[in-house]
Ligand binder design. Structure first.
Ligand SMILES: [Mn+2]
Length: 470
């Protein structure tokens, strides 16, 4: 990639700084996912500092077209670049877009919009918006121009919630600068660890059983995990309490690491062995103001809790927790997270019971009509470990209040390490069928007309011929 143009980006932010400073009444529209909710909360905390009147609304992308701008300044965060926001402008409007998705409009566009219009997007400055900075990160960079370094941890949560660290096992690019702000201000600590989900809250043998990039003997088998830990001489309990990954010392983690390398090397084709360590180790991010063993302590677990709120249409719960509530809103968040987990487990069973996974040559899929479209991707990701990890898996389900199908694709990171980018592939193939889609290399999705679903699967299967693990 060409060298990023930070100087130009800085100039754009200083314009944005003035827009905020000179406005007394602000509306924020932010995306209703972990990144977007965190971005909206961050901007709200920033405006609180100035005691500026503002309102935050979390919305889905398809709700943007009908909006009427009624406030002095309208900020769009974690969305806007892919939508026709320019059409919303009027002679008295001020619009600021802080997004990281691929932009529809060129960098200089304000002369095409009535009123004031400023769009800041990393792609304009030769930065990769899918890995180097999130919507929350873009929002933090605005708060940073006012010196609000204490909000930097939210930029980290956003990036992790947006899976920006998933391919490299750590945050890169501008995310790295945001990380160093939050480390310097003692808000976050980070380091290397086993990249196993549930560092603070899951017993280690449970956490290990979810290992899913490649199916191992321990995958979905807690007894096998307990057995493995016993063989390695690693106690699963401390007194009566189950130990979590965060309780293990370096030596114990080293033993698990070596054992997993051994297991994986037996399972993956030879030429992929070089990627194995990346599947097992990665950087963690702890929020130092949160209590140990709390679901808010580890960035990855915190992002799951925010997602649980958004997937069940209660972004306001996460919003209040992110803005500092550790009372009733946190209780509600924990309740929703639990409900979320139960819901997912039920749907997993539903898919597995009737053998609903169909195998094609280069992909596998399940029809998920019993599953809410908001979580079809999450379920697909979890089901992967019961299917064939060498192929991507697709789940699809009708959209709740609309027409068409939502489909989500998940795959082992091993496929991405070999250079395949399913987000781009799906965008292309969905486009052929009058749909739209995109996303990350290992997690992406699309909306397509219902009667095109079958054709879509066949076409994608053909397209993938010779491109996936064999
Ligand atoms: Mn985002």
């Amino acid at each position: 990639m060409e060298t990023a143009n930070y100087e130009l980006m800085k100039k754009a932010y200083s314009k944005a700084h003035d827009m905020v400073k000179n406005s007394e009444d602000v509306k924020i529209y932010s995306h209703i996912d972990c990144d977007g909710i965190t971005a909206g909360s961050l901007l709200s905390l920033m405006l609180d500092e100035f005691e500026k009147d503002h309102e935050v609304e979390f919305i889905n992308l398809d709700k943007i077209d009908g909006l009427e701008l009624e406030n002095e300044l309208t900020i769009f965060s974690d969305l806007g670049s892919g939508q026709n926001i320019d059409k919303l402008g009027n002679s008295s409007s001020k619009i600021l877009i802080l997004d990281h998705h691929p932009p529809l409009r060129p960098q200089v566009y304000d002369n095409h919009v009535s009123g004031e219009f400023l769009e800041i997007n990393p792609h304009y400055y030769k930065l990769d918006g899918s890995q180097e900075v999130s919507g929350g990160g873009m929002s933090y960079l605005l708060a940073r121009t006012f010196g609000f370094y204490d909000l930097s941890w939210l930029g980290i949560l956003s990036a992790v919630g947006d899976m920006q660290n998933s391919l490299n096992g750590k945050l890169v690019g501008l995310n790295r600068n945001i990380l160093s702000d939050s480390v310097q201000h003692k808000l976050v600590s980070s380091g290397n660890d086993l990249s196993i989900y549930g560092r603070q809250t899951r017993p280690i043998f449970v956490a290990l059983s979810y290992f899913g990039d490649v199916n191992l003997p321990i995958t979905n088998n807690r007894n096998e995990c307990i057995h493995m830990l016993k063989e390695l001489g690693i106690p699963t309990k401390k007194g009566k309490k189950a130990r979590t990954l965060s309780d293990l010392n370096q030596e114990e983690k080293g033993k698990i690491f070596s054992e997993l390398v051994k297991m994986l090397s037996r399972e993956v084709p030879k030429r992929y062995i070089k990627h194995v360590p990346k599947l097992i180790a990665g950087e963690y991010y702890d929020f130092l103001d949160e209590k140990k063993y709390s679901p808010l302590r580890d960035a990855s677990e915190f992002s799951t809790a925010v997602n649980a709120c958004s997937r069940h249409n209660h972004p306001e719960i996460a919003f209040n927790v992110l803005k500092g509530d550790r009372g009733s809103y946190l209780d509600e968040m924990e309740y929703l997270t639990k409900e979320h987990r139960i819901y997912l487990a039920k749907k997993m069973d539903w898919v597995r019971e009737e053998d609903r996974i169909t195998q094609l040559q280069n992909l596998q899929y399940f029809e998920g009509s019993e599953i809410k479209s908001e979580v079809i991707g999450t379920v697909a990701g979890m089901i992967l470990s019961y299917g064939d990890w060498r192929k991507p898996i697709i789940g699809f389900t009708p959209v709740a209040d609309g027409e068409g199908m939502k489909l989500s694709l998940r795959c082992s990171r091993l496929l991405a390490y070999e250079g395949i980018h399913f987000g781009n592939i799906i965008r292309k193939v969905a486009g052929k069928f009058g749909g739209n889609g995109g996303g990350h290399s290992v997690a992406c999705g699309a909306y397509i007309p219902e009667d095109k679903m079958e054709k879509f699967l066949v076409t994608l299967d053909e397209y993938l011929h010779g491109k996936i693990l064999t």
